[in-house]
Design a binder for this molecule. Structure first.
Ligand SMILES: [Fe+2]
Length: 224
């Protein structure tokens, strides 16, 4: 990992006031990593999928962008190939991310799309966001950790005409390791560095929709 993860209480969402400059309204990003044994089980599942699909670049996208699994944004690959072990890891991760924030565990969620990305030498992901997804995420299947980290855009970048905001860090470089999963609010803009190595980086991306009033019985049976 490019930066060490420190293990302070992950459930404490209080603002840690301290004398001097404080950061308020932080955006919650979830990070976890499958242990080697679990990574192997999930990898067996994903290698079987990879052997059955053909990656291709998307029509109309820049020639230097990465390749994608077939029909990436109109179906869920992990459901199509019944990737039970990954779905179990994802379910644990979603609950560990969402439950402390909503402060209950009675919500429903749906993985609305999932797809794989292959990034060969010279390719990258242009900055983008994931439309109406409540949560978007990535899981790294095959990376050396040097083949193109994910970058998040500062959520305050639309206020960059302000001298203080303009001086803040514009991008956050995220860790890149096999078995690492990250979840974030789907509107957050992100992209990757160019893969300058010979390794073919493969990752899984997904979108998640959370239950809400009008759709989830938790909030009452009324549908408008
Ligand atoms: Fe993305």
């Amino acid at each position: 990992m490019s930066r060490e993860i420190t293990h302070t209480d992950p459930h404490n969402l209080d603002t840690p006031w301290r004398p001097g400059i404080n950061a308020v309204f932080p955006l919650p990003i979830f990070i976890n990593q499958a242990d080697p044994e679990r990574f192997k089980v999930i990898d067996d599942e994903f290698q079987s999928v990879i052997s059955k699909i053909e990656f291709a670049q998307r029509d109309g996208w820049n020639a230097d962008t990465h390749m994608l699994s077939p029909d990436p944004f109109s179906k869920s690959l992990i459901h199509e190939y019944d990737c039970k072990d990954f779905m179990s890891f994802l379910d644990e991760s979603v609950k560990a991310y969402v439950t402390p924030i909503l402060r209950h565990d009675q919500y429903g969620y749906s993985v609305t799309e999932s797809w794989m990305t292959k990034t060969i030498k010279g390719k990258y992901a242009q900055e983008h966001s994931h439309g109406t997804a409540d949560i978007s995420g990535v899981y790294y299947i095959h990376t050396t950790g040097k083949d193109g980290n994910l970058l998040f855009d500062n959520i305050h970048s639309n206020a960059c005409s302000n001298v203080i905001v303009a001086a803040l860090k514009a991008k956050e470089i995220m860790p890149l390791e096999n078995g690492l999963i990250m979840l974030w609010p789907g509107h957050l803009k992100h992209g990757t560095f160019v893969n300058k190595t010979d390794n073919e980086r493969i990752s899984l991306s997904f979108n998640i929709c959370l239950g809400r009033r009008g759709f989830d019985e938790l909030y009452g049976k009324t549908r408008f």
